[in-house]
Structures are given as C-alpha cells and as structure tokens.
Design a protein around this ligand. Sequence first.
Ligand code: FDM
Ligand code: MG
Length: 211
Amino acid sequence: SGSSQGGRGALIVLEGLDRSGKSSQCARLLSFLQGKGCQAEGWRFPDRGTSVGQMISAYLANESELDDRTIHLLFSANRWEKRALMERKLLGGTTLIVDRYSYSGVAFSAAKGLDIEWCKAPENGLIAPDLVVYLDVQPEKAAERGGYGGERYEKIEFQKKVGEHYHSLRDSTWKVVDGSLPMEVVEEQLKELAMSCILECQSKQLASLAW
Ligand code: FDM
Ligand code: MG
C-alpha cells in the first residue's frame, strides 16, 4: 500500500552542527507527519546498526584509530549499503526524515583538511534529497546546549570549520532555518517545508546526487 495520497515519498534531510537540534526536530516532524496519516520513517546516518556502522561508532568513541580517508569512505559506504532499501521505501510511498546525510559526510571530512572534491566523489549516485533543512546555530551556542557528549568532532574549533564547509555546500534543495529560535518556532517552519516538499514529490521523479 502506498501513501494515502499516492505517489512516492520524499527524502527529507536535516543537517547542522552537533547540538543544533536535529534529532529533536526529526522526532517532532516524524510524529507530526505520522499523526496526519502520512507514511513516514525516521532514519539517521551514521546508521550504527550495521557492521560498517559499528566500525564508525568505535571510531567516533575514540576506541579505534582510522586514516582520515578510510573513515570518510566508511561513512559513505554506510549510506551506500542503505541505498537500495531507501529507494524501495521512497518508491513505495514512504517519506524518510533523515538525520544527517552526504552533506555531513563532506563537511566533516573537509574540515579535517581533505580535498572537498575528493570528499564529494563517493557520494555521487546516492539518492538526491528532495529537501535539505540546515539548522543554523552558532558553534558557541550549540556548545552551550548541555555541552558535547565527548565523541570525536565535538569540539568548538572543529565545529566552526565544519560550519564553513556546510556553507559552501548550499544548493537549490537547501532551506536554512534559524536553529536558535524557540523549538516550537523551528518545528512550525519545518512542518511547512516538509508538507510542501511531500506534495511536490508526488509528481517528481527520484534523482541521484551528482556532485
Ligand atoms: N559524521 C556523520 C561524519 O563525519 N560523516 C558522515 O558522513 C556522517 C553521517 O559523525 F560528528 C559525523 C558527524 C558527527 C558524528 O553523528 C556522529 P551523530 O549525528 O552525532 O550520531
Ligand atoms: Mg553527535
């Protein structure tokens, strides 16, 4: 059974620095959509549930060391291993609300000094998002929000560099939402963006990332 209105689902991605509010907003948006009877699922990358995801998780927890390019390719592989399922879900009418995607992949690795074009290359051919919402929060503000959890990358100087690289990735699918606004205000903006995106996708074909 497809969605109640027919047509494919939308691929909606939330991006932003650590502690920008992505996870809470993904959860709120998902329950709003499901409450409206929309077929929707919440996904996140890295997906720590696969064997590649477990290697990534150990790396983020500083339990293992990996060469910068190697971990970059593992993050990408973690999206590739989910590509077929993602396509099936979308074509079956399920909207996916995804916490981080290829933009995180490129922005975080480029912030380490890797060449940005090299970082983009393995993302080509993954499913292109229909909407990317960037939750814009200053790194200083994000760090104040209950602090960081101690994973690799959760350092203010590094997050500033990540923010600059995110900025250079903005394209026509991006909407920037001020993540420092009250949670309810951000939530309302997201609902509107998501609803119009879902509507548009019913008559729009899936596309592939072509960086
Ligand atoms: N991250 C996430 C990357 O470096 N590359 C990627 O491709 C993805 C998806 O992993 F610091 C980084 C971003 C973040 C860390 O993410 C873990 P979560 O959202 O905190 O689990
Ligand atoms: Mg984190």
